[in-house]
Design a protein. Sequence first.
Length: 543
Amino acid sequence: MGKGRSWAFAYGLLVGIASAIESSAECVLATTTVYLPTTVYVFAPNGTSSHGGDSCIVTSSSSITMGTPTSSSTETTDVVGTPTTISSVPTSSSGPGTTISSTSLSSISVTPTSRGSSNITTGSSVSTSTSFPTPTSIGGLPPPPPPPPSGPFRGFKNAVYFTNWGIAQKKYVPERLPVDDLSHVLYAFADIAPNGTVLSANPEVDLAQKYPDDKSWERGHNAYGAVKQLYIHKKWNRQLKVLLSVGGGDYSPKFAAATSTEMRRQTFAKSAVKLVTDWGFDGIDIDWEYPTNEAERDSLVKLVAACRVAFDRYSFHNHLAYRFLVTVASPATPLSWKFVDLPRMDPYIDIWHLMSYDYTGSWTPRSGHQANVFANKANEASTPLNTNDAVRYYESQGIKGQKIVIGSPLYGRSFNGTSGLGENYTSIGTGDPQPGVWYYKDLPKAGARELFDDVAKATYSYDQSARELISYDNVRSTAFKANYVRDRRLGGAFFWEASGDRADGRSLVKTMSRTLHWLDRTPNNLRYPTSQYMNIRFGMPGA
């Protein structure tokens, strides 16, 4: 065969192959990109994609022009979904023979007939019968995201608040945390600036303090302090999730002003995401104690919605198949929950940390139980409040039991000059860490007799000679609470706060863990590609 004829044959073969390729397409759903042989990538900014057994549909707020422009009137819906369906999106892009813009709406439907071939339709007549339905908004809020996949039960939560001042004042450092018996650690507290910015309350303890294994010669901008130690815990205990708790008793008064406008709420949400992902944490815990009027109630609803959306967007844009947690420390008394809108908040919340303690104290006229499960009708003054009523109220508001995590104190509240439960008292006495409060690890005090109210399911001690009564939890009451959680099919339990526990066989955190028996083993996140700290961004190499 001559050279000219050989060239013609090769050219014809090449054209034939190209034509065959151009007449087929393959729908590829890898993260959020649909690949077509024309080398056009269709992104779905703030949109959705779905893949059924027979078709692949992408709905996006982009118009696509390939040669002759086509138009479409297909409607799109902004849906916040699971963190594996949407990625970062360029607003416009162009290439040879193609144009992608965000000035109009379009939809592409690809129906595969066999591997390597499909029918492609573009234009205004595209069928959207299998696209996502329009979500229902709540009171002008963004549509709630779909809940995390339900699936089988993944275990009970056993969480503890861990404070930065406990490190500074009590030398309760991260390595003392009983991480084998925990599913979550709530690191308390972050501060709030007037404009809504969430920030470190103690940068020295959080990020700078050096621990024995820290190397002074490490290069780059690195995190140290509690933040580094908690990340190391996560790396070696993949079931351990660490949340940043914002607010608390000292900083709660700042919430009202810091969340009073949409701009401040957005600042709060964005800065919370920044801090959490800089530090290598797994989400946020909002501890506002408590909204006091209708405006603040509405601000809290909008705040948790903004946080939910901001964390989901971070996952989408950084290609993380991870749902960061948005939780709240929530009230357990009618006076405190009056301005907390449970039904409107619930779609955005992963865990309700029910603060089921401090039922009695210096603010109540009689001595009594501070963390009892049930009321004692025979001595009503001793149980003005109880956990069971709070749980029932939450459930009546539509909160699922598995999202409710009940709280237990690692401290006791004292009443001096009293003859017993439900009686008058003269003072709350001294204490450690503060007047009227004693760490559980120091109880019962010498000379006191430890007692159990089998109706209220609560422990207390009484020193007859000193006429001092202290209400607290012990191993028996904690084991009962664990069984209560199991029987009621609640989400688990948490403790305030870690430094008050014992390290021996009477540890309440360990008692709860071993009585619940089955802890939440969902994995934490270790990928933080945007962290400003090099050691966290690269997964703490060498740790």
